[in-house]
Design a protein around this ligand. Structure first.
Ligand code: BGC
Ligand code: BGC
Length: 609
């Protein structure tokens, strides 16, 4: 009896202790959230009268004036770059004073039209008017081969094709046209150009880059940055982002931290000397071209995520190269630095990251940063430097000086000039890999042409990843011209054209003059495209075999983001053309194969056939 009494007491006591432990730990784990300081909101306010709103003052004075009016909640908010789908409550934009938003690949408004995009961005911008300081948002997108998220945008060749043109002037024009189409939807910040120097072409991001030659990457990258940043619309300019700083092209097979990938998000295993000589060079050029922002990659170098590397970001990029814009992190990269989100943010900011991309949770970031400042884990000077850099770009772009994008017309390309430019780029990007007995070019008066292959009549395949959806699309439901349509438009009215995806043509007495196979890779993006042996599919190979039997000569046009292994087959084909990922203007291909223009493209990476 006595024993039982004590037993019960002990049980009750330990139960109570457990209860308190749970309550305490719950309290402490949520403490940063519950003590978070929000950004001040003002109903009627006079922000419009503050000196920083005066477009006639020098930018430095405007930044100083604004900085002096900001508290740390305002400042930390500016350092957050949030994926728009993570904003479940619109009021949070003002409450946390968010500095920037992005649409990840394929993250569209409900009304997925240019007007719908403009309205979405303007609605987000309008939220900032509730805060006392009314600091506008930067809104960023991956417009990396045109404003690809938006159906109807001009889709230019992916960078690997532009690398084949080696035409810096053309690349600058394309960047300008892209900025123009993005601006028409209220967007003035583009996460491009990608300046990774291609190493292993099994990497799923090979096509997002210009070349394996650092000089070409640097020269075309510089042209691209100048094109984006020269564009101006209603007094607004556009900021480019060079990415992914640094050494991404050197990531090695089998080192990815993502269990679904092989190379992407992996380890760049190379010495500082190689890193500098090959991978840093394009960034040096980007900085001297005045690039306004730089995105830090998801790779690891010398045992550390680059986003945590003080030497690479602070010493080399900001110190040695003298980068004056702001540095931001990529996707979830900062939180991959350590298991603790707090430690991760502290390390990244102290390494020199000025703005953190937060695809999911911004509340925890704000709480962690406020705590880090209080505890002295991050200095006030570091925060101030980060925010100054961000504000400077916002002033330079002109975001403070215009009433959102109200006066913009959400039209992408009224005159067709961007499409004409894309068509030109396609022409210049084609590389003639093989041409037995001068098979190419063809006459437009051929009597019968057979066309086959999975990429002959498919704008989605032609355009590759980052087209409407993150991983690209299938089919012909966006504006543009497929290769098949291009062929139909090019030949004489008397030419007979037959098309079958699989090359199953009926037997005829005589062989067709020419068979054109347009074959290649299905779209992919990032690590989903890592592939141990990039090659043609069995379906495409059998379409080519079928075609071979029905035509006197066959040419194979390869639509791909990288070299495909065709060594075993190419000997059997008359001509081979590398067309990369040309985008929506398939006529650029027919302009060349029917001889209106000569082949001028050169291989941007090694490709033996
Ligand atoms: C990619 C970046 C891209 C970002 C935003 C990341 O996963 O690595 O290149 O800019 O997502 O979409
Ligand atoms: C986003 C992309 C991003 C990727 C990273 C996707 O959900 O749409 O923009 O690059 O995630 O894994």
């Amino acid at each position: 009896m006595q024993l039982n009494f004590y037993k019960n007491k002990i049980l009750i006591l330990s139960g109570a202790a457990l209860f308190f432990i749970v309550i305490f730990s719950a309290y402490f784990s949520t403490k940063p959230y519950s003590t978070i300081q929000y950004v001040k909101l003002c109903g009627q306010n006079n922000a419009a009268e503050y000196p920083y709103q005066n477009p006639n003052l020098p930018i430095e004075d405007r930044v100083n004036d604004l900085m002096a009016r900001m508290d740390n909640a305002d400042k930390i908010g500016q350092m957050a770059l949030v994926e728009k789908n993570s904003i479940h409550n619109l009021d949070d934009i003002a409450k946390y004073g968010l500095g920037a938003l992005l649409s990840g690949g394929g993250q569209k408004p409900d009304d997925n039209t240019p007007a719908g995009w403009l309205e979405m961005v303007n609605n987000f911008q309008a939220q900032t008017k509730k805060t006392c300081l009314q600091i506008p948002l930067l809104y960023g997108v991956d417009a990396n081969h045109g404003h690809g998220n938006v159906p109807g945008a001009t889709i230019f060749p992916h960078f690997i094709g532009l690398g084949a043109t080696q035409n810096a002037e053309l690349v600058e024009e394309i960047a300008k046209a892209t900025a123009e189409e993005a601006a028409a939807t209220g967007i003035f910040w583009i996460f491009s150009p990608s300046l990774d120097v291609i190493g292993d072409t099994r990497w799923g991001r090979t096509y997002e880059n210009f070349s394996s030659n650092p000089k070409i990457v640097g020269d075309l990258g510089k042209a691209y940055i100048e094109g984006i940043q020269k564009h101006s619309d209603n007094g607004l300019q556009t900021a480019a982002s060079a990415k992914h700083y640094v050494g991404n092209g050197a990531m090695q097979w089998g080192t990815s931290i993502n269990k679904n990938f092989f190379i992407d998000q992996g380890v760049s295993n190379l010495s500082e000397k190689e890193l500098r000589e090959i991978h840093l060079e394009p960034f040096r050029q980007a900085v001297s071209a005045g690039v306004k922002s730089i995105m830090v990659g998801l790779n690891t170098w010398q045992g550390e995520k680059v986003s945590a590397n003080y030497y690479l970001i602070n010493d080399i990029l900001k110190g040695e190269l003298g980068f004056q814009g702001f540095v931001f992190s990529d996707w979830y990269g900062v939180y991959e630095i350590s298991r603790s989100k707090y430690i991760s943010s502290v390390k990244a900011i102290n390494a020199g990251v000025d703005m953190v991309m937060l695809p999911f949770d911004y509340k925890g970031f704000a709480a962690d940063m406020q705590l880090a400042l209080k505890k002295g884990d991050i200095s006030q000077e570091r925060i101030d430097d980060a925010v100054r850099r961000i504000l400077k770009v916002k002033f330079e772009v002109g975001l403070f000086d215009q009433k959102f994008a109200k006066n913009l017309k959400p039209k992408l390309d009224d005159t067709g000039k961007n499409r004409a430019l894309a068509r030109k780029a396609v022409r210049e990007s084609l590389v003639l890999m093989q041409n037995k007995n001068n098979t190419l070019p063809f006459s437009k008066n051929i009597s019968r042409i057979l066309v086959a292959g999975s990429a002959a009549d498919n704008l989605g395949k032609q355009s590759g990843g980052w087209t409407v959806e993150w991983q690209g699309i299938d089919g012909n439901w966006i504006p543009g011209t497929t290769v098949l349509e291009g062929i139909k438009g090019a030949v004489s009215p008397d030419t007979e054209i037959q098309y079958d995806l699989n090359g199953n043509f009926a037997d005829t007495v005589s062989l067709a003059d020419i068979g054109i196979a347009v074959v290649g890779e299905n779209p992919y993006t990032e690590g989903w495209g890592d592939n141990k042996n990039p090659e043609l599919s069995n379906e495409d190979l059998s379409a080519i075999t079928n075609l071979r039997k029905k035509a006197k000569k066959i040419i194979v046009i390869i639509i791909s983001g990288r070299p495909l292994d065709i060594k075993r087959y190419a000997g059997n084909w008359d001509a081979v053309v590398a067309a990369w990922l040309p985008g929506t203007e398939g006529e650029g291909i027919t302009d060349i194969i029917f001889g209106d223009y000569p082949f001028t493209g050169t291989l941007p990476v090694d490709w033996e056939i």
